[in-house]
Design a protein around this ligand. Sequence first.
Ligand SMILES: Cc1cc2nc3c(=O)[nH]c(=O)nc-3n(C[C@H](O)[C@H](O)[C@H](O)COP(=O)(O)O)c2cc1C
Length: 212
Amino acid sequence: MSQFAMKELSLPAQFLVNTMDASTDPIAQFHAWMADASASEPNDPNAMSVATVTADGQPSVRILLLKGVENGAFQFFTNYESRKAGELVNGKAALCFHWKTLRRQVRVVGPVEKVPAAASDAYFGVRQRGSQIGAHASLQSQPLASRDVLVQAVADVEARYAEQDVPRPENWGGYQVIPSEIEFWLDQPYRLHDRFVFTRAGNGWQMQRLYP
Ligand SMILES: Cc1cc2nc3c(=O)[nH]c(=O)nc-3n(C[C@H](O)[C@H](O)[C@H](O)COP(=O)(O)O)c2cc1C
């Protein structure tokens, strides 16, 4: 090894710190990182990429907001007739969080299912009225002829529910990913990052460190 390479690879002490071990609860760890992200990210710390795949194997991905982790399941809300919904019928999804200021990433893989209707009702009920109306007016992922068509649809929904609560549309609600795998990634010098993958094992989790 050249002298230069030796110098380059003198790693700082932090590199040697073992940040997670088999006793780490990945859900608690996720909450801790989300709390850090809430304090550090300029906006939407709960934004995540949600990857889905068609029946013939074509993947697609988009950003959604995580609305909670309930009983260890990662929940988001959307339109049940959207493109993603069509792809989620195969029951599989993957999530990816990237917190730029923290230089951290979390990946989640697992089966996905609709959240109970009562939970969708509860969340829909606390959304802003404008968002509730929007959920009725938007045929998410369908072709839209013009902005005017959407504006007219919003006006129609507003008129329909004037002076009354807006009910949750049947085609709008939550999904939850039940993680079979959660991976934590921490930036380290020289791209020799730390990766810890937790895989479900019985009622608990098994941790494995991965090469960066
Ligand atoms: C920061 C951000 C947050 C978003 N949050 C949501 C969300 O929580 N639910 C949703 O349906 N779409 C959300 N979207 C829009 C989606 O990225 C996407 O355009 C939409 O859900 C349609 O996706 P689809 O055609 O693949 O079904 C968000 C977009 C951004 C950029």
